[in-house]
Design a protein around this ligand. Structure first.
Ligand SMILES: Cc1cc2nc3c(=O)[nH]c(=O)nc-3n(C[C@H](O)[C@H](O)[C@H](O)COP(=O)(O)O)c2cc1C
Length: 184
């Protein structure tokens, strides 16, 4: 079988979703060619070339970020003693806008988010909106959307990076077996 390409694309304000994306990419390693990239730095050509496209972002106001929620996040980080460190160009563009501009391309996809530890009906899940947009762009979901959890001070809970690595490995196994079965 020829090596497959997997691309993990993420949006992140405070670094948690980036850490999850990097851990997922590590888990995906058995696929062969795996890259991880911020939404603002990912070209359409990279997406079209990817057999598996994994997209994730932070949950803001019960869904994907918007310009106003990204501005709120910057304000929160700028508060004295917040302890939050902003990613480069944090408020420029999110997964919502990036996915809306994406061309239609076939292939597999998966969606993830980071969110607070409460029940999903209270927190919302950015990954639901990501999944809907990926489907609109012609992608077939290989698994259900997954959430990785941050605590009260906006830090990933212990063990979540490890869980993300395992989730990435499960995606790799799923894609490989589906392709072998001729459903890819
Ligand atoms: C403006 C703003 C709104 C948020 N709204 C929600 C929310 O509705 N539900 C939730 O679970 N978490 C919410 N959060 C917490 C974020 O999900 C959390 O900051 C994010 O997952 C951290 O990821 P990042 O470090 O990659 O930015 C919000 C955070 C900010 C800054």
């Amino acid at each position: 079988m020829t090596a497959m390409k997997a691309l993990v694309v993420y949006e992140s304000m405070f670094g948690n979703t980036r850490r999850v994306a990097e851990a997922i990419a590590e888990g995906l390693a058995p696929i062969g060619d795996v890259s991880v990239s911020r939404v603002t730095e990912t070209s359409h050509a990279q997406v079209i070339a990817a057999d598996l496209l994994v997209v994730g972002g932070p949950t803001h106001a019960h869904g994907m970020t918007r310009p106003q929620t990204r501005a709120n996040a910057v304000e929160r980080a700028d508060r004295p003693g917040s302890g939050l460190v902003l990613e480069p160009e944090p408020d420029r563009r999110g997964v919502r806008e990036w996915l809306d501009d994406l061309p239609v391309s076939g292939g597999w996809a998966a969606a993830f988010d980071t969110r607070a530890t409460m029940a999903p009906f209270l927190t919302g899940r950015a990954s639901r909106g990501i999944r809907a947009r990926l489907r609109r762009k012609g992608r077939v979901m290989i698994t259900r959307p997954e959430s990785f959890l941050v605590g009260g001070s906006n830090r990933l809970l212990d063990g979540e990076e490890e869980r993300a690595r395992t989730w990435g490995a499960q995606l790799a196994a799923e894609v490989t077996s589906s392709t072998r079965a001729g459903t890819g």
